[in-house]
Design a protein around this ligand. Structure first.
Ligand code: ATP
Ligand code: MG
Length: 398
């Protein structure tokens, strides 16, 4: 019966002159998300998007629920701007709802809600709702009207070229279409936090490029696979993600050799940020993203953040800075990264780590401790050995 999904977008409708950029991106992202279902066509008209309902509805819903920028969507019947056609559609939609709810015999309360965006249409919204209500009451004796808390609401939208009749509104994920805010380099570990941080920034329209620091052979091949799997989960929210796997072993060995143990983590972090920034500049990314949360561990105190931040010019986004671990875990579970994150594979940060790391490192002290470290050469070598793996190739979002 339903022939289309009508898709609404919230926040991006308010972006003034840039609006068409947002709309085009959302349109392209929806197209990419539905491509594997054989749906190619996404129509855009007057602040709404429409896709043909040519695949299993559940499969389409699963994909659209992950496309940022969508505020809600509805399976609809599209009919011409004609009262009789609207009436016929209303009868069909309500009959189908009653069948589906298996309420052929028992009572159901309802109301009709009409929105007339097209002021050229001759019948006003209240009249349309009233007349349709009367028609439905006549046709289905089990219905009664309740305008305050109806069990069923029949929605009628009268727009520029067509009218739409429907009952269901499925919430979208909100946010901004991935890509409209530019690119960001996500420091992706195999932990719980950084995938969630990536998700949060994707929700604000950032297209992530992931960087993972790997300490083979101290960390296993499987720990790298785990990170690639995490990137694949993230890719279902915004398309393929390139993962730059940086060989970090030599850097860790050098830090271990040249720097005091208690500053090891701070210096490791500084090396990570420097390399991430170099990759960002290569790839045209304008920000770095980490999963840090204030005070969570020694390397995430204010002093530690000052000492690590000092080596980069690009802004470092830390979307979880004010989040509790439980909140992060909840979100990780919801977005589907948690189960992967808790697989017990070692991270490079756990190698060579001192028992008593400095929780309040002073920047001048850190700079002094780093003096013997051949920073530039180490970075160049690590960049040269970096391997790039595209994760989530089956969906082309951008
Ligand atoms: P996560 O759960 O994201 O690993 P964490 O609580 O374990 O975070 P840290 O190990 O201190 O915290 O790492 C802080 C941040 O530094 C991470 O969120 C991530 O952005 C980055 N990071 C840590 N280790 C790596 C790594 N091996 N590769 C890439 N980024 C990393
Ligand atoms: Mg970690």
């Amino acid at each position: 019966m339903y022939d289309l999904l009508l898709i609404r977008y919230g926040e991006i409708g308010t972006k003034g002159k840039n609006r068409h950029v947002f709309e085009q991106r959302l349109q392209a992202n929806i197209q990419a998300a539905l491509k594997s279902l054989g749906i190619e066509e996404v129509e855009r008209a007057h602040a709404r998007l429409y896709v043909p309902l040519q695949a299993n509805l559940e499969d389409m819903v699963k994909r659209l629920e992950r496309v940022f920028g969508i505020s809600s969507f509805s399976p609809v019947v599209r009919v011409p701007l004609d009262v009789q056609a609207i009436e016929a559609a209303a009868l069909e939609v309500v009959a189908a709802n009653l069948r589906e709810k298996q309420l052929d015999g028992s009572k159901l309360t309802f109301k009709v809600n009409t929105r007339r965006a097209n002021k050229g249409f001759p019948v006003t919204s209240p009249i349309m709702s009233r007349d349709l209500g009367a028609l439905l009451l006549q046709e289905f004796p089990q219905l009664s009207v309740d305008v305050h808390e109806p069990e069923l609401t029949l929605e009628v939208e009268i727009r520029e070229h067509y009218s739409y009749v429907y009952t269901e509104k499925i919430p979208g994920p909100g946010g901004l279409p991935v890509g409209v805010s530019g690119r960001g380099v996500l420091l992706l570990s195999g932990g719980i936090d950084s995938p969630v941080a990536g998700y949060r920034m994707m929700k604000r329209g950032v297209a992530p490029i992931a960087v993972h620091f790997h300490s083979y052979p101290f960390t296993s091949e499987r720990s790298k696979e785990k990170v690639l799997d995490l990137a694949r989960v993230l890719s279902t929210y915004g398309g393929p993600i390139p993962v730059h796997v940086v060989h970090f072993t030599e850097i860790q060995k050098a830090i271990n050799e040249f720097c005091p143990g208690k500053l090891m983590i701070t210096i490791m972090r500084r090396m990570m940020l420097r390399i991430a920034e170099a990759i960002a500049r290569q790839q045209g990314a304008a920000a770095l993203i980490t999963g840090e949360s204030l005070g969570q561990v020694a390397s995430q105190t204010m002093e530690s953040i000052i000492a690590t931040n000092a080596v980069v010019q690009l802004p470092v986004f830390r979307p979880l800075i004010g989040a509790d671990k439980m909140e992060i875990v909840d979100l990780a579970e919801r977005i589907g990264t948690y189960k992967l994150s808790i697989q017990p594979y070692e991270d490079c940060c756990t190698i060579f780590v001192p028992r008593h790391p400095e929780t309040h490192p002073k920047l001048p002290e850190v700079e002094k401790a780093e003096r013997k470290l051949p920073v530039k050469a180490l970075i160049e070598e690590a960049l040269a050995r970096t391997e790039v793996i595209l994760c989530g190739e089956d969906q082309i979002f951008r």
